[in-house]
Design a protein around this ligand. Structure first.
Ligand code: SF4
Length: 447
């Protein structure tokens, strides 16, 4: 049995229900919001796909322009070829700014999950605190995010309440607003003590060097303004050409991710604090991460780099809904992760491309129209050819029968007997009943 199926088989039913219900709700909210916000959601998606494709086709000049504009704004740009280099750059910046033991607050960022930054900072002696509510819960529980937008989609409020009680965050309560207040009280203290704040980047504008962050809780604002030093980490593909692109992308991202017309907070970071400003960091650093992206850009899976990390493909995917993000065994899960993980780390991970029914729902909801099923098929083919996917079913036998008309005709006579043969498929599914008619005979009679 492959690891995905094994994970799903052992999944706690309460976890499965949390993931299924939350994903289904978000999918419906997405439909309602996009049709209310855009007169024609299809043309909005097409326009966004064209812009993201333009970015991939002109990545080098756009990123160089971003670097130049950031420099003019006082943002120091660092380049990281891989996860190790990114961790080393960020650790170096932290060591320049504060001593081990200092508090470092983190806003939600998939790029920092990808480079496993928290472990490196903790090993160096820093007190790293996740400040997004979901990420905070994940950190307390020594867990990992199960969704790129809603990290604790797999947990319910009772589990969160028990966790808070065990960790002295607050007394047990089942009221979500009280749980939120408990987390807020705890985190406010951390913001006051923090010496460095680390965040991701949703979009970086090449034309002006502005970094754009979206969020709903206000923790990104505090993480990027309260500490003396702000370090932002972004994948190299997160650049957008101009400010004029932002209205479309901000509305598409909010609508596709959480079914909102706009996120509660949108931050435009232009650089360090100006002398006349009341608050803000003294230093802003931008770490631009490759980590396999430039290789992916030159390969057959480059379209996945159009992704804006909205999570809509996870929410709509029937396989993700059955398994949760953890079943994929990678930081990036769902249809996005099934392509992005092997694209970044190599075809050795191609087996997760099998975790799809190829129903096409992911492509239908993707705000930048990534042809995910086509990429999954390509990956499966490459995985089989390079022997990183071993199919448990001997398809050569099927091919031998299906390509010989007389064998195929004969084998069809045996179909009703198939349900008598024990196999993993029929343990969970019912064979369709034949209604007695024979297609070939029917076709001959009509011909
Ligand atoms: S692949 Fe498309 S739908 Fe999935 S997270 Fe990325 S942008 Fe969203």
């Amino acid at each position: 049995m492959n690891p995905f199926d094994a994970f799903v088989r052992n999944l706690d039913p309460a976890t499965g229900k949390s993931v299924h219900d939350a994903s289904a709700t978000k999918t419906q909210q997405r439909i309602d919001t996009l049709s209310a916000v855009f007169p024609d959601p299809e043309s909005a998606r097409s326009a966004a796909a064209r812009t993201r494709q333009y970015v991939l086709d002109h990545l080098k000049p756009l990123v160089l322009s971003l670097e130049e504009q950031c420099h003019k704004n006082g943002i120091v740009v660092h380049w990281a070829r891989d996860a190790k280099e990114a961790r080393s750059v960020i650790l170096g910046l932290c060591r320049q700014s504060c001593r081990p033991g200092a508090v470092i607050v983190k806003a939600k960022s998939m790029a920092t999950e990808e480079i496993h930054l928290n472990h490196a900072l903790a090993d160096a002696g820093y007190d790293v605190v996740e400040t997004d509510l979901g990420e905070f819960v994940v950190q307390l529980d020594h867990d990992t995010p199960s969704h790129i937008v809603t990290p604790i989609i797999h947990k319910n409020r009772y589990q969160v309440a028990r966790l808070f009680e065990e960790n002295n965050i607050g007394t047990y309560t089942e009221k979500p607003e009280e749980l939120t207040s408990q987390a807020r009280r705890h985190l406010r203290t951390q913001f006051r003590r923090a010496e460095v704040g680390i965040s991701g980047v949703n979009f970086a504008v090449a034309e002006t060097g502005r970094l754009v962050l979206v969020e709903n809780e206000g923790n990104s604002r505090l993480s990027t303004t309260a500490p003396r030093v702000h370090i932002a980490v972004m994948g190299i593909e997160k650049v957008l050409p101009s400010e004029a692109d932002l209205p479309l992308f901000l509305r598409l991202l909010a609508g596709s991710a959480t079914g909102q017309r706009a996120t509660v907070y949108t931050h435009f970071i232009h650089g360090p604090r100006k002398p006349e400003a009341l608050d803000g960091p003294d230093e802003v650093h931008l770490v631009i991460l490759d980590n396999g992206r430039l290789d992916a850009l030159a390969g057959p899976y480059r379209d996945i780099l159009r992704c804006i990390r909205c999570g809509a493909c996870l929410n709509v995917c029937p396989v993700y809904r059955q398994g949760s993000g953890h079943a994929y065994g990678h930081v990036y899960s769902g249809p996005l992760g099934a392509v992005l993980a092997p694209a970044l780390e190599g075809v050795g991970l191609a087996a997760i491309a099998k975790a799809s029914s190829l129903c096409g729902a992911c492509e239908e909801v993707c705000p930048v129209k990534i042809p995910i099923p086509e990429l999954l098929l390509h990956l499966r083919d490459q995985g089989v050819r390079e022997k990183t996917i071993v199919d448990p079913i001997p398809w050569s036998g099927f091919v031998a029968v299906a390509t010989r008309a007389y064998l195929w005709r004969t084998s069809l006579q045996a179909v009703p007997m198939a349900k008598l043969v024990p196999n993993p498929w029929s343990r969970h599914r019912h064979m369709p009943r034949r209604d007695g008619r024979d297609f070939r005979r029917w076709f001959r009679e009509r011909a």
